[in-house]
Structures are given as structure tokens and as C-alpha cells.
Write a new protein. Structure first.
Length: 328
């Protein structure tokens, strides 16, 4: 329930599902200067958007430095109207994640600058959606405060709260935008509520509970189901590695049975490479500690460390070692 109840999901990458819009959805070209009037949406425009007096720092907030701006959000239909997508919400949250490092007004201004690449009417539509989204998040904060601690809610109470949040989204945003932004979140929430019902149902046997959970999972979107299956495979693999730590042949057999011959070979290669790195890094770290005890300073110290790295690493390994040294 954290995804829904927190009201904020931070995105820094990934590949969301193809947004609505079909074959007509496309990246739009960079447009000219924004027009003053926003598209009429039947409600007063948000006060959080369009503040021309905000001064935006030249440098990005520290938490965003070195990260990539989400892409895939600048999509229109064949008539030039904006297509709301999960990626558009990613763009909003990319900047809003830095709240506290900059003011909300500054971060909103950064989002507006990004939306400036859109041509009309998509630009005005995007600004209107941004305003609706920000106002929704403020309203969500009020709703959260009225409910108190969500951790103590039972399945029925969670379902009622989810219904309130779902309605709140569609009160502030049109249904198409709300679906594009929150469909996956809402599917996960429904699944987690059903999980809670099943796990707390005293009338179910262990096998019945297992079957009910499997049926509930089938209602999830396919990418989410796949992600859950991949996570389970990883957890199972970590358990198998611990169980067969002293029995490489049994671990090899387990890999082949679970993942197939080719994947098992790839896993072995990755793990062999990781073991080699770990051994090399440990030996280097030991010598580096001894070098530090010599009390070298300035250029002499840096030259000695660089020479030591050359003894142990080359190419990308040396870059990795330098990065790890920088955060010691």
C-alpha cells in the first residue's frame, strides 16, 4: 500500500509500459515560446503553476546531479493533443523528488521549463495536467492526515481508503490521465488488499491459501507479475547459494534445473568474475592500508596509490577501484 498511501513515486529511469495513444502517439518536436492562456478544463487553474517570478538556480539540486531526465513523456495524438502517459508522471516526480533542496515553486518552474519543448496545444494541456497533479497531491496530504496510521488498518479499511484516493485522483484529473498515471499503482493496491484478506482468513487451509494467492497474482498487469516472479527467483537463488555453499556440484545442478543450461553457465561466469574481483579488491585494500600507514601526503601519496591500483587493476576495473576509493 506504500505506493498509494505515500502519494509519491520517485522515478529515475526504467521502461514503463507503452502509454495509451496507440500508433498515433509519438514524440513531438520542440515548439516555440509558451502561449499565455491555458486550455480550458472547467476549473480554476492551479495557483502552483505559472509563477513567472520564480528564480531557478542554474545548477540542478545535488540529488539530481548525474541522473537522466525521464524520456518518452512528450507524446501527442495525430491532432497534436497531449497523450497522458506514465512517463509524464515520471517527469513530474523526477523534479519533485528534490523537494527540500529547492522550494516547490522552483521545482515546478523546472518542470514547466521541460514542458516548454511541447508545441501547442500539447504544452497548455501538459501545464494544466501538472497543476491538477500538484493540487491532487496537496489534497492527498489532507486525506492522509485525516486517516492517521495506515499500518493499523485491516483489509476492509484499506479498501475504503483506496477507494477514497482513487476518487480523489479522478476528481482532480480526468479519468484518462488518472488511469495513465495510476493504473499500475491501483492494481498493486488491489492485490495487496486481497493478499491481506487471504492471509488473515482463518477458514483457509495452507493449500487453499496458496492457491488463492496465486489466483490474486494473476490479476496483476503482466509486467508486474513478471517482476514478482523474477524477484522470487532471485530470493530462491540466494537461499540455494547459502544451502549449497560447500557443495558446488549441487548448486550447479540446482541452477540448471531452475534456469536452464545456458542461464546456469552465465550465472557461474558472473559469480566467478565477482569472486575474482572480491579477492583482488581485498588484496588491494590490504596493501592500501599498509601504504597509508607510511604517512605519505600530497602528490607523493596520490602517485603511490595510483601505482598500487595499476598493479591490481586495468581498464574499467581501475575506474571502479577509483570510485570505491573515493567513498571510503
Amino acid at each position: 500500500m506504500a505506493v498509494v498511501f505515500a502519494g509519491t513515486v520517485i522515478f529515475h529511469g526504467g521502461n514503463p509500459a507503452t502509454p495509451p495513444g496507440g500508433e498515433d502517439a509519438r514524440e513531438v518536436p520542440v515548439g516555440g515560446a509558451p502561449e499565455q492562456d491555458q486550455t480550458e478544463r472547467g476549473k480554476a487553474p492551479s495557483r502552483l503553476v505559472g509563477d513567472a517570478g520564480v528564480v531557478v538556480p542554474e545548477e540542478l539540486p545535488a540529488s539530481l546531479a548525474g541522473t537522466s531526465l525521464p524520456d518518452g513523456w512528450a507524446r501527442t495524438d495525430s491532432g497534436g493533443s497531449l497523450v497522458a502517459t506514465p512517463q509524464l508522471r515520471q517527469l513530474f516526480e523526477y523534479y519533485l523528488a528534490a523537494l527540500g533542496e529547492e522550494t516547490l515553486a522552483q521545482l515546478v518552474a523546472r518542470i514547466e521549463q521541460a514542458l516548454g519543448r511541447l508545441a501547442e496545444p500539447a504544452r497548455s494541456e501538459a501545464l494544466a495536467i501538472l497543476g491538477d497533479y500538484l493540487d491532487y497531491k496537496l489534497a492527498l496530504g489532507d486525506l492522509e492526515a485525516s486517516h492517521g496510521n495506515s499500518a493499523t488498518l485491516d483489509a476492509d479499511e484499506m479498501q475504503r481508503k483506496m477507494a477514497e484516493i482513487r476518487a480523489l485522483r479522478r476528481n482532480w484529473m480526468d479519468a484518462q490521465t488518472a488511469d495513465a498515471f495510476f493504473a499500475t499503482d491501483e492494481a498493486l493496491d488491489r492485490f495487496q488488499i486481497e493478499q491481506l484478506r487471504i492471509r488473515t482468513a482463518s477458514s483457509l487451509s495452507g493449500e487453499e491459501r496458496k492457491q488463492a494467492l496465486a489466483r490474486a497474482e494473476q490479476a496483476l498487469p503482466a509486467p508486474v507479475r513478471q517482476a514478482r516472479q523474477d524477484t522470487r527467483k532471485f530470493v530462491d537463488y540466494q537461499r540455494a547459494r547459502a544451502e549449497f555453499a560447500d557443495d558446488p556440484e549441487s548448486l550447479h545442478a540446482w541452477r540448471e534445473e531452475r534456469f536452464g543450461d545456458e542461464a546456469a553457465r552465465q550465472l557461474e561466469q558472473v559469480e566467478a568474475g565477482q569472486r575474482a574481483w572480491d579477492n583482488k579488491w581485498q588484496a588491494y585494500s590490504n596493501e592500501l592500508s599498509a601504504l597509508e600507514e607510511l604517512g605519505l601526503a600530497g602528490p607523493e601519496r596520490e602517485a603511490a596509490i595510483d601505482s598500487l591500483r595499476d598493479d591490481y587493476f586495468e581498464g574499467t576495473e581501475k575506474l571502479r577501484a577509483e570510485a570505491l576509493d573515493s567513498i571510503r
